[in-house]
Design a protein around this ligand. Sequence first.
Ligand code: 5AD
Ligand code: SF4
Length: 472
Amino acid sequence: MKKNLYINTIGCQMNVYDSEQIANGLKSLQYKMTSSIEKADLIIVNTCAIREKAEQKVYSFLGRLAGLKRKKPALMIGVGGCVAQQEGSKILARVPHLDLVFGTNAIGRLPDIVKTVESKRCRVVDVEMSEKIEELDFVKQGHNRGKTTAFVTIMQGCDNYCTYCVVPYVRGRETSRDPEIIVQEIRCLVESGVREVTLLGQNVNSYGKKEGLCTFPELLRRVNDVDGLLRIRFTTSHPKDLSENLISTFKGLEKLCNHIHLPIQSGSNRVLKNMNRKYTRGIYIEKVDKLRHSCPEISITSDIIVGFPGETKTDFEETLDLIQTVEFDGLFAFKYSDRPNAAAARFLNKISEQEKKERLQQVLDLQDRYTTQKNKALEGSIQSILVEGVSRKQNRMDTPNRHPDVQWTGRTFTNKIVNFNRSNGDIAYNDIVPGQVVNVRILKAFSHSLWGEPVSAEPISFGLRGDESYVA
Ligand code: 5AD
Ligand code: SF4
């Protein structure tokens, strides 16, 4: 009998990848994904513990499920991911209608856990960690059908112990996957229609070092050789490990996109030291200069934490100054929050919520100027866009009136979102399909996206056709 599975993925791209593994694994128990929570026989929340806000989201979602469980007592509810790893059985005590808790290393065991809950109607907790990556058979089954882009985890865990960060405690030690298995998985994805992969790790620059596997640039070269794959992205890079070799790889590999996400976290050397980041602002700026020298078109994005314990006004001004010096293409900024086990939770001189809020706003306002300026500079240019699907906004029918006929969405080589019309009036591009590369003239820049019209489309040799879901 077919059963319905609903997964709520909270947090990072790694969780998106893990949720796909969860869905693939549960196919063996006849579970099929549903987008309707009311129809679900099993609801799984894949959680994130990186910031307090993400953790709060988990509990508020779980709270909302109590009514559903009362109406449908056979419904099973499970929690996986980082909060599950961190809290273990404490979540069962806090959420009475919860059936299972599984940690970040337990995805391979999930089908067995679910089978046990189904047959015995007992509550199960599995948060066992292991240093070895368990390769799951189902990754080879050409999952991800119907999508142009896919995430591929190349390494798990982290050994860096930045003082604000929970990752080493909930994702364990840094462990890299075998390059052969990664390449095999990408070949399967390409066979199922995927044209772009994003390689994921907490610190991809140290890929393979511990295990003596190949280097990250070498892995990129092997992935670049996969026939049918058009684009490669990766995230995240730790500035301390960004090598000359990787910097020069940007100009040498034709499929490697011109974008790097390089989290700086703070512009103050004093704060960087307290964060245990192991680089200075000077080293960071030097690496940015080298990247831009090697690949002038590269777009650089970053993460910033405001209000780290003890961050003075002068420290914060140095962060603002760094943003002005580097001129990032985009920035993710966060208010510092204490995380369980992370060293900074025990640091003195915590910054007030009001001060953090104000500093965050200043960072966002400043960055907005650069993002808009960089996007504006693209107006009139022709960009090569890998079509991912129908614009989400159009799908929700709430596209602002300014361009009501937006249809397709995709990204530039530099990772900027571009929405574009179905046709340009002269030539109809009704048969543009996801997976195709289309040259788009940029007509208008907004702060978080670009809008344009197609000028030519490269012939499609493979791709997704009518019966697939086109929603990116
Ligand atoms: N508080 C606020 N932001 C954090 N990040 C990680 N830990 C914390 C924390 N305790 C941010 C960092 C990291 C991004 C993924 O999340 O900027 O790069
Ligand atoms: Fe966390 Fe630092 Fe590891 Fe990134 S490098 S996951 S911020 S400990």
